[in-house]
Design a protein around this ligand. Sequence first.
Ligand code: NI
Length: 177
Amino acid sequence: MTSSNKASMADSARAERAAHERILARLRDHAIELRRLFAGLDEESLSRHTVPGKWSLKELLCHISRVQRVFDARLDALLSEENPVIAKYGPEGDILFEEMADHTAVETLDEFLAEREQLLTRLEKLSPEDWHRPGRHPEFADYDVNLQMDYLAHHEAHHVYQMFQRRTPFGKVPAEG
Ligand code: NI
C-alpha cells in the first residue's frame, strides 16, 4: 500500500466517524427541541388539531416515538443477524401507534426521551464496522445501520418542523423546555 493510499484511508475513516457523530448530535438535538416545543402546553392543547385534518402535536409525537421503537428493533436485527430482511413501516393500520394515543402526551414524551437516551447510549458504543452492518430493505439499496440512523434523523427533522408549525398558534415558543 502506498503512503497516499494510507492517508486517504485514514481520511475516509475520519470522515465516517464524523458522519456518525453528526447523526448522534442531531438525534440528541431533537430530544432537546421536543422538550421545548411541548413546554407550557396542557393535554387539551397538545391534542388539538391546529391544522385541520393534520396530526396534532401529540399524534406527531406518537408517530416519531413509534418509529424510534421500530428502528430500535431493526437495530437489534442488523447487529445480531447476517443481512436480515427489514420490513417496511408505515403508520397506517399500526395498532401500537393507535394505542399510544391512550396515554397522555406527557407520558409519551417522557417515554420517548428515556428511549432516546437508551438509543444514543447504544449507538455511542458501536464500532465503525457495526455502523455498516447491512440489511435488506425493499426500498433502499445499500441499507445498513448508518443509512437507517441517518434516515431516522431526517425523518424526525421533518416531523419536528411540523410540530413547530403546529405549536406557533399557541403563542411564543419558550426558549427552552
Ligand atoms: Ni413520518
